[in-house]
Design a protein around this ligand. Structure first.
Ligand SMILES: Cc1cc2nc3c(=O)[nH]c(=O)nc-3n(C[C@H](O)[C@H](O)[C@H](O)COP(=O)(O)OP(=O)(O)OC[C@H]3O[C@@H](n4cnc5c(N)ncnc54)[C@H](O)[C@@H]3O)c2cc1C
Length: 465
């Protein structure tokens, strides 16, 4: 029998994790990326979003560890400088209905680091664990094959010569948000894929700071956007990352976009319902310019419902579904999609007829929860394009507001909420009897008058004026 080759388009999180999933099932995995990948944790042009804060949710981390069981991924990330934040204990967050408390429990541990560091650690782990995986620089320009089966990819010649072909028994498209997937599918005869886009018009502005002396262990700090006020959402977060730095991201929806100039950046943060983030960054040394991203719409291609689907072809990560980044879900959904691929390959074997279609359906299901959460919230903001709040959305919004209020004074209610927002469990978790009871009963503890800071944190804050 001939050696089996899988080709993966894109060496972002989805592509790397797809390579990990495919490695045991084939003789060779070739990951293609148009970028020259850096030796270390550095930015690259193919991933412009890497200038912005990237939280790796517990649900995503669990999926990555299952995909790379021998990699010691968490330890590798921490050794490289990534930070762990237990949302229950190490986070200071103002929701639209009050401050979350900080509890003694250490749960819902989220990894924070720069995106280049995260990607670099995952890349090293995939290459170390999958000895048959190699990465090659090449830009893919199309698919080969037919609507029945994909048989490879077309590559642009780096020197401007004719295109080349690369044969494959299995192809994964993980080319990210800018994918040309639907055009590629059209050329092999797969038509009629339904698409949906919901765009809140979020502009995300990010600047990196050196953590000020005395604030080394300052907790992750969030001022959340308010979807229930009828006004454009505005938010801010301070995310601790490697090498004693804070990555500070401000988010403003259409009509309330944060400015790019350094003074306006601080003023915007000071003008939020709590000035906490603004006060902290006013006292910190900036380490670079403000970067702005507007590639923030939710967009989904319902590939799982396509009238026909070719054998040997799967689409993962942002190429299949992208989310408003304010919810921090994209990489975790990509990891869940790759895990669906790994499980199907393990259970059914790569040659099983109809496998690609089954995997694509599982990838769609893996995106459903995050999609519902992001879109049903975004449609509540004024000026959103591509969707309107239905009566069902408004009812869900009223319920989620009640549960969030309960979560400000109850660990059990907060845990139910975080189980879902960190992609550990599907949104149906919010309708279990315990969560329903919490939302009806409201918070058992009174609302906090200000941020829940330790004595040392309070002293630092007073010290900076
Ligand atoms: C401002 C912002 C903040 C975000 N914050 C978070 C967060 O906090 N948490 C989170 O989980 N997610 C976050 N995301 C989303 C996250 O960046 C994506 O979900 C994630 O990168 C998706 O991974 P991917 O591998 O599908 O795509 P990408 O990471 O975009 O990787 C795609 C790769 O494909 C390559 N490529 C593209 N086309 C071709 C081609 N034709 N040939 C060869 N190679 C190609 C590119 O060079 C790139 O390396 C954020 C996004 C934005 C915009």
């Amino acid at each position: 029998m001939n050696a089996r080759r899988a080709v993966v388009i894109g060496a972002g999180p989805a592509g790397l994790l797809a390579a990990a999933a495919l490695s045991p099932a084939v003789d060779e995995v070739v990951v293609l990326d148009r970028d020259e990948l850096p030796e270390g944790p550095e930015h690259r042009t193919g991933v412009p979003q890497s200038r912005h804060a990237h939280l790796l949710m517990p649900g995503g981390m669990d999926a990555m560890e299952e995909l790379l069981p021998r990699a010691g991924l968490r330890a590798e990330l921490l050794a490289a400088g990534a930070r762990e934040t237990a949302l229950s204990r190490d986070m200071v967050a103002l929701t639209p209905v009050g401050w979350f408390r900080r509890w003694r429990h250490r749960s819902h541990v989220t990894i924070t680091s720069s995106r280049p560091l995260l990607e670099w650690v995952v890349r090293r782990a995939v290459l170390r664990c999958g000895e048959n995986v190699r990465i090659r620089r090449a830009r893919v320009t199309g698919l080969r094959g037919s609507a029945r089966r994909v048989t490879g990819v077309r590559l642009a010649d780096p020197d401007g010569g004719p295109t080349q072909d690369l044969d494959a028994d299995w192809v994964v498209e993980a080319g990210g948000r800018g994918t040309r997937l639907l055009t590629w599918l059209d050329t092999i005869g797969v038509h009629g894929v339904r698409e949906r886009g919901v765009d809140s018009g979020l502009a995300n502005a990010t600047r990196v700071y050196r953590v000020p002396d005395g604030a080394r262990d300052w907790p992750m700090t969030l001022i959340q956007a308010d979807p229930w006020s009828g006004r454009p959402g505005r938010s801010a977060m301070i995310v601790p990352i490697e090498h004693g730095r804070w990555m500070v991201s401000l988010g403003g929806m259409r009509g309330s976009e944060p400015p790019k100039d350094p003074e306006g950046f601080v003023d915007y943060a000071l003008g939020l319902p709590s000035p906490l983030v603004g006060r902290l960054i006013r006292a910190a040394e900036p380490l670079g310019p403000v970067h702005v991203s507007r590639s923030t719409s939710n967009s989904r291609r319902y590939l799982e419902d396509a009238p026909v689907w070719p054998e040997g072809f799967v689409v993962l990560g942002d190429a299949a579904a992208t989310f408003n980044p304010i919810y921090g879900q994209g990489m975790s959904v990509a990891a869940h999609g790759a895990l669906a691929l790994a499980r199907a390959l393990r259970e059914d074997g790569i040659g099983t007829p109809g496998l690609a279609r089954r995997v694509q359906r599982a990838v769609g299901r893996a995106a459903d929860g995050a999609w519902t959460m992001a879109v049903s919230t975004d449609v509540l903001y004024p000026g959103v394009e591509g969707g309107r709040a239905t009566p069902g959305d408004r009812m869900a919004a009223a319920y989620s507001q009640r549960l969030t209020r309960a979560a400000t004074g109850s660990y059990a209610a907060a845990a139910a909420l975080w189980d879902v927002t960190t992609l550990r469990t599907p949104p149906s978790r919010l309708f279990r009897p315990d969560a329903l009871l919490h939302s009806l009963a409201g918070p058992p503890l009174p609302a906090l008058a200000g941020p829940p800071l330790t004595a040392a944190e309070q002293a630092f804050l007073s010290g900076i004026g």
